[in-house]
Design a protein around this ligand. Structure first.
Ligand code: NBP
Length: 475
């Protein structure tokens, strides 16, 4: 019983996480349902550090020092429940079970409650950074008891990515808080990717070549847009297909896949009543891309501008698109952080938004220079919305004209830009003096007697639409 930490599930993520622990000097017990995976891992990496391979759950649990710290990295859902069930008979009070998979936060809440009743600490831990991050330092978003964090937190902080000496891992909040924040991280990732794709499409429609667009992204990556996703976009655009000699992007089928975290983000936002239209449009854009019959019908029957245009000034267009991309990105972050704040209130999680921005600065897929600015704005004081932060509001004002030119051009040329349009519509809606919601209230009162409030006096009112159209004050 000497291992500091155990990892169950040795597919790509679990294996790399175990190696990361070992590289940081921990003795790591490893176990996988199918023994061959354990054997493979030890054969390939056993010499990298101190591993204790186990051939049964009993042996695995027995090899751990107490309180036991066990990280589960199996397929989310039934795999996680089955793994927990198999561990339970062997665990003792005070042991800590960490689920590092992409669990739905409601599942995490359920599991946390069940294990708490048995005297165990359950942690739902969001891990972002893919395979490479798991090995060299991911961004880690842990949710669970504060007491349990004292035992597991230091280990997680050691293996997390480092940003200027600060680990990209911090206690997020109780039960589902960590997995919720990871889910929203993925929702923002969907939006970020959609905006980048739209920026590419606008430039491509303006006649820029793939290498020219790649250069533009590389240039943007030296400034305010500096981020992992922009960086890899250049790399994807630079890739030539060996079979055809064309740009790889031109031979990849144009239907985007999804695994569900974007959809979850939007579903929960709908339930909590938080407007995340940029994320929703990003999920729907992937969905549209996959409806091949719908698109075939559209191509056959629908006419309009040709999805191309001739820019007056290429360099000016590139700068406008950069501004549209930056503004949309900021709006997506504002919406995602709003969702986190609302959920935090709803579930009593007490999540520190500056802390979230702190651990997204490195290691994760949405890591970006912008996150340091977001962190410092939230650290400076309460914000009703990220958009109200002084430096952000000023940046959005500066980018406004260019952003609107991109939208006007895209709409005029028939280039779909649902993400950019959602971002600008949200921005204009939240800053409007008056919204046409007043008219909607009138309509609702007309057909459903749903009543309305007035701008000039307190109370609830109804107009007798089907009678003399006089107004009644109801309370
Ligand atoms: P997979 O999601 O492909 O899962 C494979 C692992 O789950 C294997 O170890 C497999 O054991 C185990 N497993 C399954 Br499937 N059903 C099981 C069961 N009923 N009981 C016990 N073990 C079971 O692995 P992954 O891609 O390494 O991802 C692990 C987790 O990390 C997932 O939740 C994923 O969503 C999350 N994640 C992945 C990434 C990424 O970039 N891939 C990033 C961030 C988070 P076997 O060998 O016996 O079949």
């Amino acid at each position: 019983s000497s291992a500091h930490v155990g990892v169950v599930g040795l597919a790509v993520m679990g294996r790399n996480l175990a190696r990361n622990f070992a590289n940081n000097g921990y003795t790591v017990a490893v176990y996988n349902r199918t023994q061959a995976r354990t054997d493979d891992m030890i054969a390939a990496h056993g010499s990298e550090g101190a591993f204790v391979p186990a051939t049964s759950v009993e042996e695995f649990v027995a090899s751990l020092e107490r309180p036991r710290r066990i990280v589960i990295m199996v397929q989310a859902g039934a795999g996680t429940d089955a793994t927990i069930e198999s561990l339970l008979p062997h665990l003792e009070e005070g042991d800590i079970v960490v689920d590092g998979g992409n669990a739905h936060y409601e599942d995490t809440r359920r599991r946390e409650e069940a294990l708490r009743e048995k005297g165990l600490h359950f942690f739902g831990v969001g891990i972002s950074g893919g395979e490479e991050g798991a090995l060299n330092g991911p961004s880690i978003m842990p949710g669970g008891s504060k007491e349990g964090y004292e035992a597991i937190g230091p280990l997680l902080e050691t293996i997390a990515a480092d940003y200027d000496g600060t680990p990209c891992c911090t206690y997020i909040g109780p039960d589902g808080a960590g997995h919720f924040v990871k889910m929203v991280h993925n929702g923002i990732e969907y939006a970020d990717m959609e905006f980048i794709a739209e920026a590419y499409d606008v430039l491509r429609s303006a006649g820029l070549t793939v290498p020219e667009i790649s250069d533009a992204f590389r240039e943007w990556n030296t400034g305010d847009l500096d981020s992992y996703l922009i960086e890899i976009t250049s790399e994807v655009l630079d890739q030539t297909d060996a079979a055809t000699g064309k740009a790889l992007v031109d031979v990849i089928a144009d239907s985007a896949g999804q695994k569900g975290t974007g959809r979850w983000t939007v579903q929960i936002a709908l339930e909590l009543g938080v407007p995340v239209n940029t994320i929703a449009e990003s999920v729907f854009a992937r969905s549209v891309s996959g409806h091949l019959d719908l698109r075939a019908a559209g191509r056959e029957h629908l006419s309009g501008p040709a999805h191309s245009f001739t820019p007056e000034d290429k360099a000016a267009l590139i700068e406008d698109v950069r501004q549209a991309l930056w503004s949309a990105k900021v709006v997506a972050y504002a919406q995602g952080l709003h969702l986190i704040r609302s959920a935090s209130e709803q579930y009593g999680w007490d999540i520190d938004v500056a802390g979230v921005a702190t651990i997204w600065r490195a290691g994760c897929i949405i890591r970006a220079r912008l996150l340091e600015r977001i962190r410092s704005e939230y650290a400076a004081g309460q914000l009703p919305t990220l958009l109200a932060a002084p430096s952000i509001a000023a940046g959005l004002a500066d980018a406004s004209d260019g952003t609107r030119r991109v939208l006007a051009t895209a709409f005029g040329a028939g280039v779909p830009v649902p993400g950019f349009a959602a971002a600008v519509s949200y921005y204009d809606a939240v800053r409007a003096e008056r919204l046409p919601a007043a008219l909607i209230q009138g309509q609702r009162d007309f057909f459903g007697a749903h009543t309305y409030q007035r701008v000039d006096t307190e109370g609830t009112f109804h107009t007798e639409w089907s009678a003399d159209r006089s107004e009644t004050k109801l309370d």
